[in-house]
Design a binder for this molecule. Structure first.
Ligand code: ADP
Ligand code: TPW
Ligand code: MG
Length: 560
């Protein structure tokens, strides 16, 4: 009799991922996952090795956002896992589907705190920061563990899932026949969630009473890939729309119904607001005054039932997935049933014009050194014919100005600091976006923001990704140091040459001090389609403390 064919935990993890269509892993290797990454690569899964787990996790998260499939991040035990945990928590906060798979040390030793190599109770550490955290304790459970992780990550409100893989499980062997039967190919892991028909009627009835309706599109709407349904609802009803930062491009920013240029005017005067995949969190002032009117009433379309009434009463909750919900709206709408008043539409047009004219002076100025606005105008011009380019953006002033100045024309092309306003997502998001799309990426980075993830420039060069990083170099967090002497808490080194960093890895560096040079550098870099970094010198006095959210700094009653 011949011995039964055997397999092991390493093979089962790779088989389970492949069976579920997962084709890419972002990670940092070491004990006990090095062979797992090697095997995955040998079996045809793309592996991107990073310099820090946080960036690997950010790449996985944004890949999840762009593809509706969970992005996979692979880390080693304890410190590697902890480095990845920030990205997992950020993914959960932003509703991006990802799975952090981490190797872990010997359970028996970890649980008695006997001091193993890289000892940590990782599953319990991950729990508060993830949508779910699981541990696979036996090789025959690898299939079900991965199936559960995938389903949790993408169903309902997407989020981050932690999956703990003890070293022992990876090395365990299992009879091939038993192993084969243990794998699961998930069927319809993010099923449509069709809203109740009466919730659609209630919402349309409320919108039909509105004189001054407003649509707010959030990144949940972008994630849902319901671009056609959303556009036809907005165009059929003529309701003005406001995109949240990452929803820009869902309809083009130059669409006549966009009210981005009259944001506070529209928000403060709207009588019925329909939120589509956007939460009434700090980014929308919690739906409260002084920005919002006390009498405004809300329709909210969201997959998460408990999002309703979280900040303000929602008169017409529509719980379901956005694609199904918008299709239901479109099917139920009668022509002319929802009709914004002409006075409302005219007043918005007028306000938009005024604001655009007011902005024009700042935008058209060409100061030396460059301001945020002048540098961004140059970038906007260089990108004018490239709607395919992904924009990654972080910083304070760099983020606020870029969000307003760089128009988006395609859905899901703008990726930024998001719900947490977190710094350090830039290079990870850029790599993830380039990896899943194969399209060029331009990362517009504050000099401080870049510092959180800058070493990933080596990763970009190693994989020859078409990523152009532009550093808005104002010598600091918000502003540069004005005096010399002891560096201030916000100051960074003066006149740093970030362009030299990429040259160390064979990429192309540009050092630019005026707007024609930015346009040329960016156009050349995009044309080349190779890794490049543009060090753009910005007036160190141009920024403001905390950018547009200065008011969130606590103020002491003692300070006048
Ligand atoms: P923004 O920051 O752009 O305002 P948020 O991240 O606050 O957006 O809100 C996104 C919302 O979208 C979340 O409440 C989430 O539950 C919801 N969401 C995500 N995917 C879907 C979907 N497919 N259908 C419906 N709602 C979704
Ligand atoms: C993980 C706090 C918010 S914005 C910012 C920091 C450090 C950097 C702003 O400077 P930058 O941009 O990038 O040079 P600019 O154009 O204004 O000069 N740690 C984390 N996240 C956040 N948000 C911070 C710190 C912060
Ligand atoms: Mg700065």
């Amino acid at each position: 009799m011949t011995a039964p064919a055997m397999t092991d935990g390493f093979h089962l993890v790779v088989d389970a991922l492949k069976l579920n269509g997962i084709d890419t892993i972002y990670g940092v290797v070491g004990i006990p996952v090095t062979d797992l990454a090697r095997l995955a690569q040998a079996e045809g899964i793309r592996y991107f090795g990073f310099r820090h787990e946080q960036s690997a996790g950010n790449a996985a998260a944004i890949a999840g956002y762009l593809t509706q499939k969970p992005g996979i991040c692979l880390t080693v035990s304890a410190p590697g896992f902890m480095n990845g945990l920030v990205a997992l928590a950020n993914a959960t906060t932003n509703c991006f589907p990802m799975i952090l798979i981490s190797g872990s040390s010997d359970r028996a030793i970890v649980d008695l705190e006997q001091g193993d190599y890289e000892e940590l109770d990782q599953m319990n550490a991950a729990k508060p920061y993830a949508k779910a955290a699981y541990r696979i304790n036996r090789p025959q459970d690898i299939g079900i563990g991965i199936a559960r992780a995938i389903r949790v990550a993408v169903s309902g409100r997407p989020g981050g899932v932690y999956l703990d893989l003890p070293a022992e499980v990876l090395g365990s062997v299992l009879d091939m026949e038993i192993a084969k039967k243990s794998l699961i190919q998930v069927v319809d892991p993010a099923p449509r969630q069709i809203p109740a028909p009466d919730s659609i009627t209630r919402a349309i009835d409320l919108l039909a009473t509105a004189q001054r309706p407003l649509v707010i599109l959030g990144k949940g709407a972008a994630y849902a890939q319901a671009d056609k349904e959303i556009r036809s609802f907005i165009e059929a009803t003529h309701i003005p729309f406001l995109p949240m930062s990452m929803a820009k491009g869902l309809l083009p920013d130059d669409h006549p119904q966009s009210v981005a240029a009259a944001r506070s005017y529209a928000i403060s005067r709207a009588d019925v607001v329909i939120l589509i995949g956007a939460r009434l969190n700090w980014l929308l002032s919690h739906g409260k005054g002084p920005l919002w009117s006390e009498s405004a009433r809300f329709v909210q379309v969201d997959i998460s039932p408990t999002e309703m009434d979280s900040n303000r009463p929602i008169s017409a909750p529509v719980v379901g997935d956005i694609k199904s919900a918008l299709a239901a709206f479109n099917a139920a709408l009668k022509p002319g049933q929802i009709k914004p008043s002409t006075a409302w539409l005219d007043s918005i047009t007028e306000r938009k014009q005024k604001n655009v004219e007011r902005m024009a002076a700042r935008l058209n100025a060409d100061p030396n050194p460059m301001s945020f606005a002048s540098a961004l105008r140059a970038i906007r011009n260089a990108l004018a014919k490239r709607p395919d380019v992904y924009i990654v953006n972080e910083g304070a002033n760099t983020l606020d100005f870029a969000r307003n100045i760089i128009d988006m024309h395609e859905p899901r092309r703008r990726l930024d600091s998001g719900t947490w306003g977190v710094m350090g997502i830039g290079m990870g998001y850029a790599i993830g976006a380039a990896a899943v799309s194969g399209q060029p990426v331009v990362a517009i980075e504050g000099d401080s923001a870049f510092g959180f993830c800058g070493m990933e420039v080596e990763t970009i060069c190693r994989y020859q990704l078409p990523v152009v990083t532009i550093i808005f170099n104002n010598n600091g967090i918000y502003r540069g140091d004005v005096s010399s002497g002891v560096p201030s808490p916000t100051g960074l080194i003066k006149n740093a040459r970030y362009d030299k960093i990429i040259e160390a890895f064979g990429g192309t560096g540009y050092h630019v001090t005026d707007t024609p040079s930015i346009i040329k550098a960016l156009s050349d870099a995009l044309e080349a389609g190779k890794p490049a970094l543009i060090n753009a010198v910005i007036d160190p006095t141009a920024g403001t403390e905390s950018g547009h959210i200065q008011g969130l700094n606590p103020k002491s009653a003692l300070v006048v």
